[in-house]
Design a protein around this ligand. Structure first.
Ligand code: 13P
Ligand code: SF4
Length: 335
């Protein structure tokens, strides 16, 4: 007999001391089964405040890790331990190489303040925390960089070069990307305020200035809203840039007749699609790892708690947890 996953998930949620959490990029059926939904900052905050013993996190690896780092007493399971492709671009040794790059060009280690996008592995967050640095998300990066600058140190921003550059532009700061030459000149940390690691999100690289021009030609008064993981040229040509929650608010606040094209993951844009909302790309911008989690995976994970044989549980080494927690708590302390 076929299992009615939706019904069974509802039953298991009633029977177990569990909160099901989903990021906005999850498939609709998974998203609808969640008790808490949000952008990465909201999910970190709300899980920390949640009283249940078990968290079943439908998202990508760094999100489940963040919940465990912030509260090691929680039992965190992920229906799929799918790793964000951008987070995979950096590990502890790439981080050390980036610090070394700056040191070799005349910046002392103690004069570097690292900031890591929350889309990073716990080991990278730990390195950042150990050096006195902080985590940021796409919704609070401005505030976090502003705070970082108060230290008077050079900011090493990892792993997303686009986020680092976009906020540098917004704040009137100079940035450069390690390994990327501009006009034949390599990144000089002495000349820049923010030195970025060369990581990126392949989903958000799909959106181009050509896509924006296409829509502006098609509909004269259309608004363009994009995520700050898009290339700086795309953010500069858009009307608005913000985190997933900020994009939702921007679109909801528009007049219903206002046409808008949105540059972020497909599941979220599709959910927002009422007559006047368009996907800013001719290629379907799906995040493969966010899409890995199915309703069946969620059911199997809840069932594993019921059977007292939990699957895909997140564990973090105590030493890594200690420093990664410092970096996360420094972010959360900034209201
Ligand atoms: P948010 O912080 O906006 O939720 O973004 C997370 C993410 O992975 C975007 O690609
Ligand atoms: Fe990572 Fe990009 Fe997917 Fe976001 S959309 S989870 S940054 S790969």
């Amino acid at each position: 007999m076929d299992i009615d996953y939706k019904k069974e998930i509802d039953r298991l949620k009633k029977d177990l001391d569990v909160t099901v959490v989903a990021h906005y990029y999850q498939r609709d059926e998974v998203f609808e089964a969640a008790d808490i939904v949000g952008d990465s900052l909201e999910l970190a905050r709300r899980c920390q405040a949640d009283g249940k013993e078990w968290v079943v996190f439908c998202g990508v690896g760094f999100m489940g890790q963040s919940v465990k780092i912030l509260d090691p007493q929680k039992r965190v399971l992920m229906p799929k331990i799918a790793c964000c492709a951008m987070a995979r671009m950096m590990d502890g040794s790439y981080f050390e190489e980036s610090v070394q790059y700056m040191v070799e060009r005349g910046i002392k280690r103690e004069d570097i303040l690292p900031i890591t996008y929350i889309n990073s592995d716990a080991s990278v967050k730990a390195k950042v925390g150990e050096m006195g640095g902080l985590v940021c998300t796409s919704s609070n990066a401005f505030k976090i960089i502003e705070k970082g600058l108060e230290s008077g140190k050079k900011i090493l921003f990892v792993p997303d070069r686009c986020l680092g550059q976009n906020f540098a532009i917004q704040m009137g700061l100079k940035s450069c990307v390690i390994g990327v030459e501009v006009d034949g000149k390599e990144c000089d940390p002495k000349e820049a305020d923010i030195i970025c690691f060369n990581g990126f999100c392949s989903v958000h690289q799909l959106f181009t200035v050509d896509d924006i021009e296409f829509y502006r030609e098609k509909f004269q008064d259309i608004k363009i809203a994009v995520h700050p993981e898009c290339d700086p040229s795309v953010v500069a040509a858009a009307d608005f840039s913000g985190s997933t929650s900020q994009l939702i608010k921007y679109v909801n606040d528009l007049d219903p007749e206002q046409k808008v094209a949105i540059g972020t993951e497909y599941n979220l844009v599709n959910r927002m699609r009422k007559g006047n909302t368009y996907v800013l790309s001719s290629t379907k911008p799906e995040c493969p790892t966010m899409n890995e989690t199915t309703l069946e995976d969620l059911y199997n994970t809840l069932k594993s708690i019921e059977y007292e044989k939990p699957i895909n549980e997140i564990f973090i080494e105590p030493e890594v947890r200690k420093y990664a927690n410092m970096a996360l708590e420094r972010m959360l302390a900034l209201k």
